[in-house]
Design a binder for this molecule. Structure first.
Ligand code: GDP
Ligand code: MG
Length: 298
């Protein structure tokens, strides 16, 4: 007799910077989503695939909900609603270090239509760093009393393992969406590299060029000497930003390139040659064509 399998989709939602990507990475045990101390690092919908025994979860990491500011903003909100329309459970992440803001209220409002249809887990995150977690949790729970509250730290292995077990148990009977041995994300290798590069660039540039940065990998080639050659582009919107990204004597871009290369080498376990170039793509965030080219629209 064939054994039953269980599988489904889980959306991870929440305003920017609450720890969605950190939680997803630690649920999966690998680095899939980019993490940054600045909001809006996650622009694309991103899947992570978790298979344990006869149970599988396909995670959807959504960009934070926020008011559409430009073409990119509109795209992000659409992604959130798409991500929510067909899931088996929702994980709503909030930051216990602070009480709810209007952005959290927006998320709660977006989740209201799902009440009674899909289990909603309200995850109060950053428990390790919160001064008044109980009070904060109560205030978040009041925004959506139907949600099931819990507190944790996305950095705490045991607490994340418990959440993982509970989510796996929520999956309905059904065949797997991905083969058991499928890679843990459906990003291409180039997209994955581009996100790591963007993460390293954002870390070092957020004072100067917050959201004007986009990245793209043009070429990946395995060299005969075992070195992985990667040609990547870093786009900015204006020539003045290009100068900032390059930095005095090329120092900034060198720093970004080195950090990216080190991360890639650690994750891949092989030597990487990163060929990095900064280009100006005027007003790419307002240009639908550019957004498509950079992978923000299909
Ligand atoms: P996202 O925008 O919701 O995806 O948030 P990220 O996962 O990028 O995390 C934003 C910041 O919060 C990063 O600096 C994380 O290291 C940090 N962070 C995430 N989870 C925790 C946690 O449980 N405790 C603490 N202290 N920091 C966390
Ligand atoms: Mg994120």
């Amino acid at each position: 007799m064939e054994e039953k399998t269980y599988s489904g989709f889980v959306a991870i939602v929440g305003k920017p910077n609450v720890g969605k990507s950190t939680l997803l990475n630690n649920l999966l045990g690998v680095k899939v989503a980019p993490i940054s101390p600045r909001p809006q690092t996650t622009r694309k919908r991103l899947r992570g695939i978790l298979t344990e025994g006869r149970r599988q979860i396909v995670f959807v990491d959504t960009p934070g909900l926020h008011k559409p500011m430009d073409a990119l903003g509109e795209f992000m909100d659409q992604e959130v609603y798409e991500a929510l329309s067909d899931v088996n459970a929702v994980v709503w992440v909030v930051d216990l270090r602070h009480p709810p803001t209007p952005e959290d209220e927006l998320v709660a409002k977006a989740l209201k239509p799902l009440v009674g249809k899909v289990p909603i887990l309200l995850v109060g995150n950053k428990l390790d760093a919160a001064k008044y977690p109980e009070e904060a949790m109560k205030a978040y729970h009041e925004l959506l009393p139907e949600a099931e509250p819990r507190m944790l730290s996305a950095l705490d292995e045991r607490q994340v393992a418990q959440l993982k077990a509970d989510l796996l148990a929520l999956m309905p009977e059904g065949s797997f969406f991905y083969p058991e041995d499928y890679a843990k994300s459906d990003q291409t290798f180039g997209e994955w590299v581009a996100e790591i590069l963007r993460e390293e660039a954002m870390k070092r540039l957020w004072h100067e060029v917050p959201y004007a940065i986009a990245t793209k990998v043009e070429e990946v080639a395995e060299r005969e000497n075992g070195v992985l050659y990667i040609k990547a582009l870093l786009y900015v919107e204006r020539p003045s930003q290009k100068a900032i990204v390059i930095g005095e004597g090329g120092r900034k871009i060198k720093e970004i390139g080195q950090a990216t290369r080190k991360q890639l080498e650690a994750l891949l376990g092989k030597k990487v040659y990163l060929d990095l170039e900064v280009k100006v793509y005027p007003d790419w965030r307002k240009d639908p064509e550019a957004l498509r080219e950079l992978g923000y629209r299909s």
